[in-house]
Design a protein around this ligand. Structure first.
Ligand code: SF4
Length: 362
């Protein structure tokens, strides 16, 4: 059985759709808003029209593991928590530097058929039970683009919420208001990749800039905890003016939103660009601070970024969380989420019990 045949058996019907004439459907799970005729697939290749019904993935994972939440990265969302992270297959974009391209470009690229071996049928109950057993406080949808598999995520998240787990998306943010409303109370954290401020570069990646900016603003207005990541690709998105524009946009939504600038290494189809150096990352972090952001971090180069891996109080500069890579070495935020030195509220969602003192492994 081919990968496509296998995946087409693990589906459910979706409400995230509008019926059009002649049994065509408009899918509302991402900003492509594909108009899909009967028998056809959307741009992601994962969602398809079967006789006027939108069929979407349900009931499997291609990857499932427990990671530190810092790996997502979330630095201000239950710091130190274990995040049970699951992924399905497929994406709505086609970034030339994708680091998960085998899972994201399944059904689009040759040579992904062997992924059938990694597909594991699972129920939301079993998945949540696994998380509870492994001491997860958070359940995260990641590895592929979660927006295109939101029906599955919502069912998992609904159950996870009942077991006391928080729910987060690791997304490219090429979303619609409809999909964010659909996830509604079953989503608390939204990590968005803001890849570039150049509309033509977003088009090269198979998406668009404005829907991503709109989704960041809307997620923030909905009260989700938002963190933003930019993979800094030399020669693609690292000019001073572009980084200033990014930081200014984030600041316009809220200066409290953490911005992570992370190092690129050549991958997939973008093998012609050099790796990001730690000097380039530090320069980008400093641009973020100059634009008025309160929390800017460098990532993917553990140990070489000094204070830019740590969380320092935006008011008095006291170091509150010391990190090296994904591991927390020191944690001083009060149980109520304040700086112990000056009493400033630190934006984010904090646990009353610090990492290392909670009753599960870190
Ligand atoms: S998720 Fe996006 S790309 Fe996939 S069918 Fe729906 S609108 Fe199209």
């Amino acid at each position: 059985m081919s990968l496509e045949e296998l995946l087409d058996r693990m589906v459910t019907t979706s409400e995230l759709a509008e019926s059009l004439e002649d049994k065509s459907i408009r899918c509302l799970a991402c900003a492509h808003q594909c108009n899909i005729k009967p028998g056809q697939r959307g741009i992601c290749k994962i969602r398809f029209n079967q006789d006027g019904r939108l069929m979407v993935p349900w009931g499997y994972v291609s990857s499932l593991q427990v990671d530190p939440i810092e790996k997502k990265p979330f630095y201000h969302f239950l710091a130190g928590a274990n995040a049970l992270t699951f992924g399905m297959l497929g994406c709505n974009l086609r970034c030339g530097y994708c680091q998960n391209w085998l899972t994201s470009q399944a059904l689009r690229e040759e040579g992904t058929g062997h992924l059938a071996e990694y597909i594991r049928k699972i129920t939301p109950e079993a998945l949540v039970e696994y998380g509870v057993q492994y001491g997860a406080e958070v359940v995260a949808s990641s590895y592929n683009e979660p927006l295109i598999t939101s029906e599955w995520a919502r069912d998992v998240f609904e159950l996870a919420g009942k077991s006391g787990l928080r729910q987060v998306y690791i997304s490219n943010g090429f979303a619609t208001k409809e999909v964010l409303d659909f996830l509604g109370p079953n989503l608390q954290g939204f990590k968005v990749d803001l890849k570039t401020m150049q509309p033509n570069h977003y088009r090269e990646l198979g998406g668009g800039l404005q829907p991503v900016l709109d989704s960041i603003l809307y997620a923030h207005q909905l009260g989700l905890w938002v963190e933003i990541v930019t993979l800094l690709v030399p020669g693609f998105n690292d000019s001073e003016s572009e980084l200033q524009e990014m930081a200014a946009f984030i600041h316009s939504v809220s200066p409290e939103i953490p911005w992570h600038v992370t190092a690129f290494h050549p991958e997939y189809k973008m093998l012609d660009k050099p790796r990001t150096t730690h000097q380039q990352l530090i320069k980008a972090v400093e641009i973020g601070y100059k634009e008025g952001l309160q929390y800017v971090y460098g990532g993917n180069l553990p140990g070489s970024l000094g204070k830019y891996e740590h969380t320092s109080c935006h008011h008095c500069q006291a170091v509150l969380i010391k990190r090296r890579g994904f591991s927390i070495q020191e944690y001083l935020i009060t149980p109520e989420g304040f700086c112990p030195e000056c009493g400033t509220k630190i934006p984010g969602i904090w646990s009353a019990t610090p990492p290392g003192k909670r009753s599960f492994p870190f």
